[in-house]
Structure formats: C-alpha cells, structure tokens
Design a protein around this ligand. Structure first.
Ligand code: PLP
Length: 393
C-alpha cells in the first residue's frame, strides 16, 4: 500500500507509516490500530472527524448542486459570508479561494492594489510560514523552502519576530505596502511573540500608513481560546487571511479586507474557479456557528490551561503557544537521546499523531493542534504518553 503511493506520487511529503481506514471524533483508525489525532489534519478538524450534523448538512447540499461557478449567486456562499462576518467586530468584505497560500496571494495583490504602485514591498518575519505558491513563498522565511525556486517575488524583507525597533526602522522608509504576520508562528513550532507585540505592530503600521495583514490560517477558528488570535491584542487587521479549519475539512481560503481596501477591488482583478465552492461554504458555516459560541471558546481556554499546566508543572517540559495551539519544548537537541524523527516514531507507536520538529530557535518541539472538542480523558491519554516519553528521552 505504502509502496503503491510512492510509485504514483511525487516525493513531496515525509509520511507517517499510517494508512487511514476511517476517522471519528479525536481518533484515526488504521486496521486494528487507533490513533489520537493531536494535530487534527494540521489544524483543520477543529470539531473532530465525522461530525454527524456536518455530514448531514453536506448531504443536503450535495442533493442541490456541487458547483455552479462564481458567475452565479450561490446561497451557500452568502450564508457563509454572513456567518464569517459575524466573527469580526468591524466591517470587512471577503474573497473566497481554496487554500491558505491562495488567501495569502490575494492579500499580496489587494495590498499592492490599494497603494496603486506607490508602495510595493512587504515586511515579513524570521520564522514566518505563509505557504508554497511563489507569492506566499516569498513571504515565507525558510531558505531551504525557497532557494531551489529563485527568483521569487521581489520586495520581501525579513526582521526578527518580535523586534519592534527593526520593524519601525523598516517602515519609516515608506516603501512597504504591508506587514504580513502570524499572531503565533505555527509551522515553525508554535512560537509566541513577546507580549503586546501585535498591538504595537498595529500601532506602527497605522503611524506609517502601512497595511497590517494578519495571517490566521493556523491560529484562527478558536484554537487559542478566541475565535481569532488577534482578539487577544484588541486590534483589527487591515487584511485577515484564513483557511484550514474555516472550511470544516473541505478546501477553503478567505481573504477579508477592510472597507477602505474593498473599494479598490473591481470585477476582473482577481478570481478563482472553485473559490468558495458550495460544500466548503456549508461546512465552513457549520464550523463557525459552533466555534463562535462563548462557551465553546471558554472551554478551549480551560482545556488548554489544564494541558499546559500538567506539562509544565508535573511532567517538566516547556510549553509555548495559547489555548490548544501548543508547542511542547523538550530542550536542546544535543541534550536529548532521541532525534525528532525518533520522537515522532515513539509517539506513533504509542498511538499519538503529532508533529515533532526542530524549531529555528534550536530546540526540539512537539507541535500539537488537537481537535478543540478534545475531552479530559483524551488529554490525559496524551499526558500519559508524554510521561512515558520523558522517561525515555
Ligand atoms: C500561517 C499559515 N499560512 C499559510 C499556510 C498555507 O496554507 P496552505 O497549505 O493551505 O496553502 C499555512 C499552512 O500551514 C500556515 O500555517
């Protein structure tokens, strides 16, 4: 089975040795084995797998139509737009695409459009990840991802994540259309910036008439205990990008722009054949309606605090992140007996799917993005495995 895959597909992914039969709630089933999905399809399945009401809503849509094109008005899109905009306390308009990278591409285009060629550059951060298409890759930090594909887009510069002085010095040059930032860096291993960073960054952007693009593709949709992570800082982005969980398990990208920016966008300037397809919109509407509830978000924060406290105070690993978006810091590679791949294998053997990596800060981290519906008994199951890991590190 695994050999067949490698015969058919390009070698772009380092895969885990698990063939999926089915998935339900927080678990993935493979033959007789059962795995606790602590990464939820990389931050997608926030309500867990195979949610009955969601599947019912999708079946209903399948019977009506699958695709009609963006030439027509699709009722599922309108419902999605209505529900999405309820998550924001300011007026925005949205463009729908199919992925995170596309949501970022649109944010780059709309930023440049807004300044009509007067400001073309983008300021990004060390450690940033915004996707693999050439525009999104230009805003991504890791040289290893970019080098084989040069030249990428011009005008993307990087400063240290959290370094407001460096941001100010760059923005003062007046050449930047926008700053693109993740409120917590996800792919880099769940790295939280210094307190108030986002707030100060928003102030600097305002003072220098630079747009602030907040990439919530990974942090958004309840993972940190608020619907959007930027809400913790009480700011409003000029442009917000969302994907992953916002489509409820189906492909969906959202680029939300402020009212002022929306006025620059005219027919023909941007488009996508599948962008906002009816099934993704139905699933997305369902996800938002559940995650937006105050009680749901409060529980995410409570469960996240419980998990982080146990890891820090009882097991003795470090914890980065917020809510249920956590990076468990195991320490420096040189002080550990196991390599990241061995730790990953250890977790898989004990029935845990997570993501172990070496962060650009140099430490080894277990990145977890569990379904937000995870229950205490499942969290405790994960904690038992971490205890076991601690003894074997
Ligand atoms: C913050 C962030 N932006 C953009 C992307 C790209 O999303 P996609 O893989 O859907 O293109 C990701 C994916 O991991 C991400 O975490």
């Amino acid at each position: 089975m695994h050999n067949k895959y490698h015969n058919y597909f390009l070698n772009t992914y380092s895969k885990y040795p698990i063939s999926v039969d089915r998935a339900s709630g927080c678990f993935i089933y493979s033959g007789k084995k059962k795995y606790l999905d602590m990464i939820s399809g990389i931050g997608v399945m926030v309500l867990g797998h195979s949610v009955p009401e969601l599947l019912t809503a999708l079946r209903k849509q399948i019977k009506l139509y699958l695709h009609v094109s963006n030439l027509l008005y699709d009722k599922s899109q309108i419902k999605f737009g209505e529900e999405f905009l309820k998550t924001l306390q300011k007026k925005y308009k949205i463009f729908l695409s199919n992925s995170g990278a596309e949501a970022i591409e649109a944010s780059i285009k709309f930023s440049r459009l807004f300044f009509q060629g007067k400001k073309m550059n983008f300021l990004c951060f060390v450690g940033a990840f915004h996707g693999r298409t050439t525009g999104a890759l230009s805003a991504t930090w890791k040289e290893e991802f970019k080098k084989p594909f040069y030249p990428l887009l011009e005008g993307f510069n990087f400063v240290n994540y959290g370094d407001l002085e460096a941001v100010e010095a760059e923005l003062k040059t007046g050449k930047y259309a926008a700053v693109i930032v993740e409120p917590i860096q996800g792919e880099s291993g769940v790295i939280t910036p210094p307190k108030e960073f986002l707030k100060e960054l928003a102030n600097l952007c305002k003072r220098t008439e630079t747009l602030l693009v907040v990439d919530e593709i990974q942090t958004g949709v309840g993972k940190t205990g608020k619907f959007w992570c930027f809400e913790w800082d009480g700011i409003f982005p000029d442009i917000l990008t969302s994907s992953k969980a916002i489509g409820g398990g189906l492909p969906l990208g959202v680029t939300a722009v402020s009212e002022e920016i929306s006025e620059c966008v005219k027919p023909g300037l941007h488009a996508s054949t599948f962008g906002g397809n009816p099934l993704s919109c139905v699933a997305g509407t369902y996800v938002i309606s559940r995650v937006r509830r105050e009680k749901f978000l409060r529980e995410v924060a409570v469960k996240g605090n419980y998990l982080a406290k146990k890891i820090k105070e009882e097991i003795g690993f470090g914890v980065d992140g917020k809510g249920l978006m956590l990076g468990i810091t195991l320490g420096d590679e040189n002080n550990l007996k196991k390599k990241p791949t061995d730790i990953n294998q250890f977790l898989i053997e004990r029935g845990i799917i997570a993501n172990v990596l070496k962060s650009y800060k140099g430490d080894i981290r277990i990145r977890i993005l569990p379904p937000l519906v995870i229950q205490k008994k499942e969290i405790d199951l994960f904690l038992d495995v971490l205890w076991d890991l601690k003894k074997n590190l």
